[in-house]
Design a protein around this ligand. Structure first.
Ligand code: ADP
Ligand code: MG
Length: 987
């Protein structure tokens, strides 16, 4: 963009929506987790996105403008981001304003309506582009400033009127951000034949200069922040609409030109996806989404209409936002959409969906017309504002949304009576009870005192008594209202306050509570750095901590009797190779009275929290907060709970060796939940267990052969779930190789050591290489499920499986299914044919083997005879005689045969040794998995014993490995020696 920077924006077709994309720099968090940039922009109009999982997958989008704000910039002395050098393609706030803001102003002067929408996921940079941050002013302030500048330069025989309004749409309710009084239920949208849709009762303040607008915006942001701090709304879920009515009055012509400029900072687009509440029985978090979803529907419908598709209905009326934006979309407005995107690989899906959205918006066609009318005057309203003494110590709010941080200031005036609360305003904040804490400014000292049991956290640590505050202390009131304390002027320096952002508070609190990447079980990469996936989990955890605290607080006040706890789920437990280090955060919910337990995914929790907030708001507003059980976000039907998984390594099966073991079920936190006694037994088609003579040395011997084996779950021991509550029950389930259905055992109730005794025989008719590889490297994962009173059991009927004629479950059927063509013959007929074919193939193979063996035996006999002949010649008996003798005397033949089978007997010994070896390997694997999942203790003083214990276990593991290797070597050496000794030509 270097040399094209000052070029005027390429004017799109007058009637289409102008679409721009802007990619922001990495956030600190993205840098910390080692994110990669998946966006590139090779020209002023193209944006290319690369799939991080599939790097050769790239998709290029072409829009009117592509802004590269990712890198190539530096701060100038005023803190404004500018290009590092002329060759940098960096797009600054000024560049963006130059193209998009100017376009809006031009439209306004000409009397067109203009709309600018910022779309993108939370944190992608919408507000940064629209409003800006600090010295880096965004489009809105720049548009306003330039508008007034231009007005001042105009001729005097014209009059200009500018009015400003600012509203927020949250949960389909409109809130006037310029009004301090909150209308219960919000303002209403009405429809007028001439005006179209408008917001009834919305303040529209006339402004004469930019300073006035600046003040109004500040005021509006303050109200928005208070509302957001009031916990009912995170700003990311609300749409902010600023409307500037610009009217030019041509006094000489008695004519007006009128333009409405809508500047819309949309809610984060991420909740657009239905996956946000995946699998939740409750509707997606309130109507938070409705406006944005419907905006998408309107855009799609308009895009279809513009490309000639037949569209019967554009659903403008289905949501508040689309009603207000009707002129902007497919109507009388020049519209611009700025799609804000994150550069990071972890945002790939969201970014792609933003780009697709923008692509659709690009197709909309508008018909903007100049709005003229005859003159009509309006009265002006007054506008005033205090400023408060800046010398007082104060609290600055810190919001999750950087735009709303530092907007509220609570000054702590000098008080003579220490017990008198001086901070009345804080009482307004939800989760902060009426008298949550007193802040006292006495004798040049500021202290905070929590009231009764109210939660106050200072610098991450909860306090219970009066505590002196120091400049830059971090204070959290209740579950999540964060403030930075600014001390007396002499204490203040020129420190950078932006360091104390929302993340800083949360990380500090997490650290004080002992949550760290290591504690959550990060596995380091060996270079001392934690694995980036784990860092992401840690950040998730830290972000969710205050939300869980809020949810608990709401539950408590609404008397729901629930306890929600954050847990980290270890996915190693569900990975059949035990390699998976991936973890994810989830929420365990316990009914404190009934002890019922639920496990919620992060997405489900977030969805539920939206709904809880809605309910809680009703409660706070004094409305009826009673809901039917099935609509209660705090309620769920009782369900089965996943307790843990056991790894049964299948390697021995690949050698036709039986495995019988007691294996632990590990829960997601790496603790033992129970033990299962399990047998995996290779067997004959009729179910007779294989013996040592069936052991194979090399699994490839089994390739293409029929393999039968039984999986028997014998008994479950020491089930914690049942120890906790004897009324409960369990089921176990596992999935074998390529089978899509899970085998569940029958439910057993009220027994801590239940006898299970369930065996299934599996058959691979034609063992494939993949199957043999699978056996050698994977484990069968057996899941333990906890049943509670009233929950539905897991279905243990085994229908829709392919079975052999003996009734065994067929596995490894991929090759079969590719051969089958269900389109031509009924599939069971084909499978019958196929099985016959396989049988024939197997018989042929058997015959071939026998033939081969016979031939070898023949050769061997011949050689032996020759040898016997030559020694006999030395001892003189006749050659021919010996030959007939051999053939005629079975005992001698048996002896010979024994000589021939010697290698086979050493094979058997070898197999025995291997069997021992695999057995010890299985145990070692189990130990390793346990070690990996072990969590360090919470207390520091326990750390040393823990490390010592870990070290000892590692040493034991090492010793065990050493000794089994040694034994294997010895055994092999003995076998080899014996083999050598037995060879006929041995010395
Ligand atoms: P959104 O409004 O989409 O949720 P924000 O505008 O608040 O996102 O941006 C998130 C963070 O990224 C903020 O800290 C913001 O300052 C920063 N940011 C966004 N865009 C840019 C940019 N172009 N240059 C520098 N920082 C940016
Ligand atoms: Mg924002």
């Amino acid at each position: 963009m270097s040399d094209g920077k000052m070029v005027k924006m390429p004017m799109p077709r007058m009637d289409s929506v102008t679409v721009a994309v802007r990619v922001r720099p990495f956030s600190q968090r993205e840098k910390n987790s080692g994110s990669k940039c998946v966006i590139s922009m090779h020209s002023r109009t193209t944006t290319t996105i690369q799939d991080p999982k599939n790097p050769e997958h790239r998709k290029t989008f072409t829009f009117d403008l592509a802004y590269w704000s990712h890198d190539g910039f530096q701060k100038d002395k005023d803190g404004v981001f500018i290009s590092t050098d002329p060759s940098s393609k960096f797009a600054s706030q000024k560049d963006v304003f130059h193209d998009l803001g100017r376009g809006i102003l031009d439209s306004a002067w000409q009397g067109y309506n203009a709309t600018l929408l910022a779309y993108g996921q939370t944190g992608s940079g919408k507000s940064y582009s629209m409003v800006g941050l600090g010295a880096n002013k965004g489009i809105i302030p720049n548009v306003c400033e330039e508008l007034f500048q231009a007005i001042e330069e105009r001729e005097r025989n014209q009059e200009y009127q500018v009015t400003f309004s600012m509203l927020e749409i949250y949960n389909e309710q409109i809130r006037d951000l310029l009004s301090r009084t909150k209308q219960p239920g919000g303002l209403k949208v009405r429809e007028d034949q001439h005006l179209g849709f408008y917001v009834d009762g919305l303040k529209s303040v006339p402004c004469e200069n930019y300073a006035q607008i600046e003040r109004l915006m500040e005021q509006g942001t303050k109200i928005r922040t208070t509302a957001s701090t009031n916990m009912n709304a995170s700003s990311s879920r609300s749409h902010m609409v600023i409307t500037i009515q610009f009217r030019q009055v041509f006094l000489d012509r008695d004519l007006t030109k009128q333009s409405t400029i809508n500047l819309v900072d949309l809610a984060g687009s991420e909740r657009q996806k239905s996956s946000g509440s995946e699998g939740d029985r409750l509707r997606e978090g309130s109507q938070v989404n409705l406006s944005l979803t419907n905006l998408g529907n309107v855009i799609s419908a308009l895009a279809d209409a513009a490309t000639g598709k037949k569209v019967l209905h554009i659903p403008y009326r289905d949501s508040v936002l689309t009603k207000l934006l009707q002129p902007a979309l497919g109507g009388n407005s020049r519209t611009t959409l700025i799609a804000a995107i994150s550069p990071a690989d972890i945002c790939y899906e969201e970014t792609l969906s933003t780009l697709r959205y923008a692509e659709r918006a690009k197709k909309i066609r508008n018909r903007a017309v100049v709005n003229t009318s005859t003159l009509m005057r309006e009265s002006k309203a007054e506008n005033d504002r205090q400023w408060i003494m800046k010398t007082l110590p104060h609290l600055l709010n810190v919001n999750e949304d950087p735009q709303l941080t530092g907007v509220l200031k609570y000054f702590i005036q000098a008080g003579t009576h220490p017990s008198r609360p001086t901070l009345d305003l804080l009482r307004l904040l939800a989760f902060i009870s009426d008298k949550h804490a007193s802040f006292t400014n006495l004798d040049g000292k500021v202290t905070v005192t929590p009231h009764s049991k109210c939660k106050v956290v200072v610098n991450g640590v909860p306090i219970v008594t009066k505590t002196k505050l120091q400049h830059l202390d971090r204070i959290i009131l209740g579950s999540n209202s964060a403030y930075l304390y600014i001390g007396f002027p002499p204490e203040r320096g020129s420190e950078d306050l932006t360091r104390f952002d929302y993340d800083f508070f949360q990380l500090e609190r997490a650290a004080a509570e002992g949550v760290s990447v290591d504690k959550l079980g990060a596995a380091s990469h060996g270079d001392g750095k934690a694995d980036p996936g784990m860092l992401a989990v840690f950040q998730d955890y830290v972000r969710l901590m205050p939300l869980v605290a809020e949810a608990n607080q709401m539950g408590e006040e609404l008397k729901k009797g629930l306890r929600m706890e954050l847990k980290v789920k270890n996915l190693a437990a569900s990975d059949s190779r035990g390699h998976e280090l991936q973890k994810e955060v989830m929420v365990k919910v316990t009914n404190q009275r009934t002890r019922e337990v639920w496990i919620w995914s992060k997405a489900k929790f977030i969805n539920r929290k939206f709904l809880m907030e809605e309910l809680y708001q009703r409660f706070l507003d004094g409305e009826d907060s009673h809901v039917a059980q099935e609509d209660d976000p705090f309620w769920d039907p009782v369900e089965v709970v996943h307790l843990g998984s056991a790894h049964i390594w299948l390697q021995s099966l690949a050698y036709s060796i039986k495995l019988e073991e007691q294996v632990e079920f590990m829960n997601c936190e790496g603790e033992e939940e129970a033990v299962v006694h399990v047998c995996v037994t290779p067997c004959s088609p009729a179910g007779r267990a294989c013996g040592e003579e069936d052991v194979v040395i090399d699994p490839s011997e089994l390739l293409g052969k029929r393999m039968d084996f039984q999986v028997g779950l014998v008994r479950c021991l020491g089930v914690k779930w049942l120890k906790e509550d004897a009324e409960r029950g369990i089921q176990m389930g596992y999935r074998m190789y390529d089978l899509s259905s899970t085998f569940y055992t029958k439910p057993v109730w009220k027994m801590v050591n239940p006898q299970i005794e369930e065996t299934v025989q599996f058959t691979a008719l034609n063992a494939s290489q993949e199957f043999l590889n699978y056996l050698q490297t994977n484990a069968l994962i057996v899941d333990l499920w906890g049943l509670q009173e009233g929950c539905a059991q897991l279905d243990c009927s085994q229908s829709d499986l392919m079975v052999t004629s003996e009734g065994h479950v067929m596995v490894d059927t991929k090759k079969m299914s590719t051969l089958m063509d269900p389109g031509q013959t009924p599939s069971n007929q084909i499978s019958e044919l196929y099985m016959k074919l396989l049988k024939l193939e197997q018989e042929t193979e058997l015959l071939r083997d026998t033939n081969r063996a016979l031939r070898e035996e023949n050769v061997f006999l011949k050689q032996s005879l020759e040898k016997v002949g030559s020694t006999q010649q030395a001892h003189k008996p006749s050659n021919t005689l010996k030959l007939t003798w051999t053939a005629a005397h079975p005992p001698a033949a048996r002896e010979m045969n024994q000589m021939y089978t010697r290698p086979a007997s050493s094979d058997r010994e070898f197999a025995k040794a291997l069997k021992l070896f695999y057995h010890s390997m299985n145990q070692a694997r189990g130990q390793l998995l346990r070690l990996r999942q072990e969590k360090p203790p919470e207390e520091d003083e326990m750390l040393r014993p823990f490390v010592q214990q870990q070290a000892q276990r590692l040493k034991d593991l090492g010793d065990a490995l050493e000794s089994s290797l040694r034994r294997l070597k010895n055994d092999v050496a003995v076998i080899v020696k014996k083999k050598r000794a037995s060879l006929p030509h041995a010395e």
